[in-house]
Write a protein that binds this ligand. Structure first.
Ligand SMILES: Cc1ncc(COP(=O)(O)O)c(C=O)c1O
Length: 437
């Protein structure tokens, strides 16, 4: 036990606060310039909100950025995921595999397609789907594995793709946390079969209620168009004769109406803002990466904390570090609860430090009892799906998320002095954690 002095006494126990800083722009996002504003106003003035011409330009530019052949804008990320699932053949009676630790939209649309979700656990270091917990879940009706690059950390794609190819199952990369993240030098979203993503206002690439689907597979691209973009199905649709033709014979009879029964087009105020944002995004990514790596380098070797990032030199990156979080290791701090640690960090002057992570999905009643289609039984089994529902205790890592994952500052500027103040606050609590036991 260290001796308590005036310098190391934790602020939570009456010691001096580490720092006090009023720098809201350090975290403000997205950064909006006059060019961004002008791009949005132009859409409004021209009355082009519901058109597709600006969205198509945005799609071309996003496809280049994301290193894919095709990109298709959508009204939000949830719609993008549902369209991607449908395109991959997910339907009544089928299964998908998805990590339990993610936002609900990575998995919930499967039930709207009459399928069910076999949830897998996550890896304690990457916080992404555990590749060792996938293969045993594959059954005859498994159509897709959804992987989520959680808070920007790329999933272990080599192992995942090998399993998927072996069993002839599609891989859907949910890129909503990871715009611009690299896996061994390749942009995430370009590695699996299809990459739907959210671009809502709180994301790393944030343009409002919007989403995007990327793929190199023409068939999947056409199916996503057919699902939610009736106005883009070519000459026979009578809308935009210049649009590429749908070539898949099974889709042709339905040209002109969306097979998903919903309109999924992106609002062009979002696409115009997105085009403008994308011009500066690569540069901003570099700044954020430098700032976040600086923070973690300062904490290297500090007990109880482990950087949530791929190994240096692996060619993999965290993209823009969406909703930045760190790995917390209570066993290195005498079992100190993450919530108590976070409370002590807040007392040192870091406003937004809390246990982090989503609520594990496999125990949510939506996936157990919800009767969405009024069948008189849970939708998770109402279409003849295999009953793969799992209760508490089934996925221990996902269920322990609040004890192993902690919020860290998500810096948008690389300011050496300020970042050190934040890192020092975490270090002070970690190195004096015994005061809290
Ligand atoms: C991992 C993940 N997938 C999907 C979504 C859904 O996207 P949207 O909110 O744009 O519908 C979100 C967040 O919003 C998300 O965090």
């Amino acid at each position: 036990m260290s001796t308590i002095t005036a310098v190391n006494r934790l602020a939570l126990l009456g010691g001096q606060k580490s720092f006090s800083l009023d720098a809201p722009d350090l975290f403000h996002w997205p950064i909006v310039t006059q060019d961004d504003e002008a791009a949005v106003v132009a859409v409004l003035r021209q009355g082009k909100m519901s058109g597709t011409d600006i969205t198509k330009e945005f799609e071309k530019e996003w496809a280049v950025f994301n290193q894919t052949k095709y990109a298709l804008g959508t009204c939000n990320g949830t719609a993008a995921i549902q369209a991607a699932m449908w395109a991959c053949g997910v339907g009544a009676g089928d299964e998908i595999i998805a990590p339990s630790m993610t936002y609900w939209a990575s998995a919930a649309p499967a039930l709207m397609l009459g399928a069910t979700v076999n949830f897998a656990d996550i890896d304690r270091d990457t916080l992404c789907i555990d590749p060792n917990d996938i293969e045993q879940r594959i059954g005859p009706r498994t159509k897709a594995i959804v992987v989520v690059h959680y808070t920007g950390h790329p999933c272990e794609m080599d192992s995942i793709m090998a399993i998927a190819r072996k069993h002839n199952v599609k891989v859907i990369e949910d890129v909503s946390h990871a715009h611009g993240s690299l896996y061994k030098g390749r942009k995430v979203g370009s590695i699996g079969d299809i990459g739907p993503m959210s671009m809502m206002g709180g994301k790393g690439f944030a343009v409002g209620e919007a989403g995007m689907i990327v793929t190199n597979n023409q068939e999947l691209y056409e199916r996503c168009i057919a699902f939610g973009h009736y106005e883009r199905t070519g000459v026979a649709s009578n809308y935009n004769p210049a649009d590429p033709q749908i070539t898949l014979p099974e889709l042709k009879p339905y040209i002109g109406l969306p097979l998903g029964g919903c309109k999924q087009r992106m609002n062009q105020t979002c696409s115009a803002f997105g085009r403008s944002q994308l011009k500066r995004y690569p540069e901003r990514l570099k700044i954020i990466q430098s700032a976040m790596n600086r923070f973690w380098d300062l904490l290297d070797g500090v007990p109880g904390l482990k950087a949530h990032r791929p190994p240096h030199g692996s060619g993999s990156t965290m993209g823009c570090w969406y909703a930045a979080a760190g790995c917390y290791r209570p066993e290195q701090l005498g079992g100190l609860a993450c919530a108590k640690f976070a409370e002590a960090v807040r007392a040192e002057g870091v406003e937004n430090c809390w246990p982090a992570g989503n609520r594990p999905l496999h125990v949510h009643p939506y996936f157990h009892t919800a009767d969405i289609f009024h069948h008189g039984k849970p939708t998770a089994i109402a279409f003849g799906q295999r009953d793969v529902r799992q209760g508490a205790g089934a996925l221990p890592v996902a269920e322990s998320i609040n004890q192993i994952c902690i919020r860290i500052p998500w810096f948008k500027h690389d300011r050496v002095k300020e970042i050190k103040l934040y890192a020092d606050a975490y270090r002070k609590v970690a190195e004096n954690a015994d005061q809290l036991l």
